[in-house]
Design a binder for this molecule. Structure first.
Ligand SMILES: [Fe+2]
Length: 500
């Protein structure tokens, strides 16, 4: 059992942020009953190793990428893990590692600086999974991609986004627009002329088409962005970097070179997906977020959803960027688990008046938000997320929660002895009209389906795969894993009946 182990930097690894020393391929025992309609594969990505023979990474985001696969079929759960075969994996074995929050040591920097195009371009693709062309790929925030076999999890090839992606970073949170049959994403170029680029990639292709560009003097750290039917919303938070600081050799990590500049406020750039024009640049209060939740046009009370003059942009926000610092492993392995909880915040952008107004929909302790795929880009009702336990938060997420954005009411599934992963909503494809009436297409209730998640029972020293009824978060089934799984980032469900 992977438990607390020392490492080369003298730090103690803690369950949830520990290194896994083997790969798994097994069928999990199921307690309870999986819904008969539930068939498909949950692919998840996240760190699997933090400590190596000659050292360790400093930040949760920098653990080596390990894929997790849960195949649901005929009432069974097949479980498989594989580390990705990346340059970062090879380098770590040789004592060289750097990343988002881990600085390269000076010797490494001198040796391989020429290879480290700014920012340090790791191929440790540990954040999310996606489909480009006919391939399944692992994503991080650099332009590196790792294509893998979605069944065996074997690494197929190390690659990069096409050159048409104009930047050294691009988010690990693209949007898939099923109606238009395309993925939309944002890249950031750091340089003498810094800019954000919005691009689209048609389904089934690797052809990148630039949609829009916004220049900036101080690029912001963009983890995600908003997408409506007509617009892309770039929320430029005041966590910014002077580009030269990323171009010069340094002993600081990528994110350590950013500064919190609240006097800049948050700048919302609203870009037309069709013309590429910037239709508005609106300044709002300073705030920070990793994760946008949803965005749509026509959010004012009594205003038609078709009215494009007001945009609703929902995000999990923090009052400043201290949340990044709280995810350093030295803090995460400490006694107090000081992970700050985010708040579910609705920002309304009045495009005619050029005004931003923020409203708290739920005051805090929610992380890694997901919504029903059919609710994207339209008025909706439910957000699922980790329950990080109230504000201010001092614990790892001890549950999952569902927030009704119309009422602010929260429903919870809590097990305080456990730490929970991102909850992924999977719609029941056979659901029909019901009483709860959300925004899902086809008349089905928005919450007709299940929530798939994982929890790490830190007392028992092992993880469980969980299937919850999305209506009330009651438990339908649990499947214990044979080991403790490190907390991970994001996953996608690939239904057996179609690609999501
Ligand atoms: Fe993320």
């Amino acid at each position: 059992m992977a438990t607390e182990e020392g490492d080369a930097r003298g730090r103690t690894e803690r369950l949830g942020f520990h290194s896994v020393d083997r790969e798994y391929d097994t069928t999990l025992p199921v307690h309870g009953t999986l819904p008969g309609w539930l068939a498909g594969t949950l692919l998840r990505n996240g760190p699997g190793r933090f400590a190596f023979a000659e050292g360790a990474v400093d930040h949760w985001f920098d653990g080596l990428a390990m894929l997790r696969r849960f195949e649901l079929r005929d009432g069974e759960v097949r479980y498989r893990t594989r580390f990705l075969d990346t340059e970062a994996y090879e380098a770590a074995a040789n004592g060289a590692y750097a990343g988002f929050g881990t600085a390269p040591d000076a010797g490494l920097l001198r040796r391989v600086w020429n290879r480290l195009s700014p920012p340090d371009a790791t191929d440790n693709t540990s954040v999310n999974v996606w489909r480009y062309g006919d391939e399944t790929v692992a994503l991080t925030e650099t332009t590196a991609l790792t294509a893998f076999d979605p069944e065996t999890l074997d690494t197929r090839r190390r690659t990069d986004y096409p050159d048409a992606v104009d930047g050294q970073t691009t988010t690990a949170h693209p949007h898939h627009d099923r109606e238009r049959g395309e993925t939309v994403n944002v890249a950031t170029r750091f340089g003498r002329q810094s800019s954000y680029q919005v691009y689209r990639v048609p389904d089934g292709s690797w052809d990148v088409e630039s949609i829009a560009r916004v220049s900036t003097d101080r690029p912001s750290y963009l983890h995600s962005f908003g997408l409506t039917e007509r617009y892309v919303v770039l929320a430029e938070f005041p966590l910014v970097v002077a580009p030269w600081r990323l171009l010069a050799p340094t002993d600081e990590s990528f994110i350590e070179r950013f500064n919190w500049r609240p006097e800049r406020g948050t700048r919302y750039h609203v870009l037309d997906r069709g013309t590429g024009d910037r239709v508005a640049r609106i300044e709002g209060d300073p705030l920070f977020c990793f994760h946008h939740v949803n965005a749509y046009e026509g959010g004012a009370e009594g205003v038609s959803a078709a009215d494009p003059s007001t945009l609703v942009v929902d995000m999990i926000t923090f009052s400043d960027a201290a949340a990044i610092g709280s995810l350093y492993l030295e803090d995460l392995v400490g006694e107090d688990d000081p992970v700050e909880g985010g708040s579910l915040t609705r920002v309304r952008l009045d495009l005619d008046a050029g005004r931003a107004s923020a409203e708290t929909l739920h005051p805090g302790g929610i992380g890694l938000p997901r919504i029903a795929p059919a609710a994207r880009r339209r008025p909706y009702r439910y957000v699922y997320g980790q329950d990080t336990g109230g504000q201010p938060v001092t614990g790892l997420p001890g549950g999952v929660m569902k927030v009704d954005v119309r009422t602010g009411e929260a429903t919870r599934y809590r097990r305080p002895e456990c730490a929970f992963h991102e909850p992924v909503f999977v719609p029941n494809p056979y659901a029909r009209d019901g009483a709860t009436g959300g925004a899902a297409a086809g008349g089905a209730p928005e919450d007709a389906g299940v929530v798939l998640t994982l929890c790490l029972d830190r007392a028992a020293g092992r993880s469980e795969f969980l299937v919850l009824d999305a209506r009330d978060l009651t438990e339908l089934a649990r499947a214990p894993l044979p080991h403790a799984l490190p907390l991970d980032f994001h996953g996608q469900f690939l239904p057996a009946w179609r690609h999501d």
